[in-house]
Design a binder for this molecule. Structure first.
Ligand code: SF4
Length: 180
């Protein structure tokens, strides 16, 4: 069996090698959940109810808070959009990178490793909630889809995220892996 990495910061290096612009090991208590997050999905996002991994098909903030309490350590991850859009392919790329990191951590013996990505799952071109997920076991929900307050979570790690004002503006995709 592959030995465990000597320290969790090695997973940050793995994340950077897979395209993250920033990665940090933090106490899991930095991950903030709040009831209002789901309302932002429900009122203002066209993916609400339209995708398997979007609310109301995802865990509630209360359920997520209970799960986060099971962990001591998390890794926060950030990816840059670049100067111009291309959101769908980028989100897919980030989703796969975060999944690969979760798998690496899991295979190193952290059997509870659990990833949360950024934005609605778009691993497939279409997502039909009247049929089973086409890639069962593969996709992970977004932080915000599970009621995590991404702004407050990253602020706890000293990162101030700005609201994106215009559609063409660069933005950051934020993800996390609960580790142990
Ligand atoms: S993997 Fe495909 S079917 Fe499953 S949630 Fe993602 S987009 Fe929908």
């Amino acid at each position: 069996m592959t030995p465990r990495k000597t320290g969790l910061r090695e997973y940050c290096r793995s994340a950077l090698a897979r395209g993250a612009s920033w990665a940090r090991v933090v106490p899991a208590s930095y991950v903030v959940t709040a009831p209002w997050v789901r309302y932002k999905c429900r009122f203002g996002c066209g993916s609400y109810g339209a995708r398997h991994l979007c609310p109301p098909n995802t865990p509630t903030p209360e359920e997520t808070a209970a799960v986060v309490e099971c962990y001591r350590t998390a890794i926060l991850l950030m990816y840059e959009s670049g100067p111009k859009g291309g959101e769908r392919p980028l989100r897919r790329k980030v989703h796969r990178a975060v999944l690969a990191l979760e798998r690496e951590i899991f295979l190193d013996g952290f059997h509870r490793a659990l990833a949360f990505v950024a934005g609605p799952c778009n691993l497939c071109r279409t997502c039909d909630v009247s049929k089973p997920c086409k890639l069962p076991g593969e996709p992970r929900p977004a932080m915000e889809a599970c009621g995590m307050d991404v702004f407050a979570t990253f602020a706890n790690a000293g990162v101030k995220l700005d609201v994106v004002r215009d559609a063409g503006d660069p933005y950051k995709l934020c993800a996390t892996v609960l580790v142990e």
